[in-house]
Design a protein around this ligand. Sequence first.
Ligand SMILES: O=C(CO)COP(=O)(O)O
Length: 141
Amino acid sequence: MTMKVALIAHDRKKEEMVNFVTAYETVFAKCQLFATGTTGTRIMENTDLSVHRFMSGPLGGDQQIGAMVATNDLDLIVFLRDPLMAQPHEPDIIALLRLCDVQGIPVATNIATAEILVKAMDRGDFAWRELVHKYKPGVDE
Ligand SMILES: O=C(CO)COP(=O)(O)O
């Protein structure tokens, strides 16, 4: 099964995200990638990866990714947040992370956890996500 991965980085974390995605490009090449607007653009500019880009975060991109999380349609989220800078769309960020906990979707908010999760995904440790997709209830259930 192709893993669906969302990549999001705040401005002062975008370089770290690009370096991270570049380092694991062969792994991410096997995934279907989603990102908030600017993060996705930066990744596509610096790699050969194709990324579905949503709106920029402050304009609703976190909420669009949140909609995929709400229906359990993402298998992994790497969200490199800036812990030292207030964001105008903080409520959207909190909502996205809350929904990850509602659905039990693996989410990394720093590079150390991101590395562990991406390596685990590449090893096949995310096979349980196939069951999630198989037995996912319909939207009206
Ligand atoms: O703000 C963001 C996440 O909260 C990221 O949005 P961009 O990728 O558009 O910069």
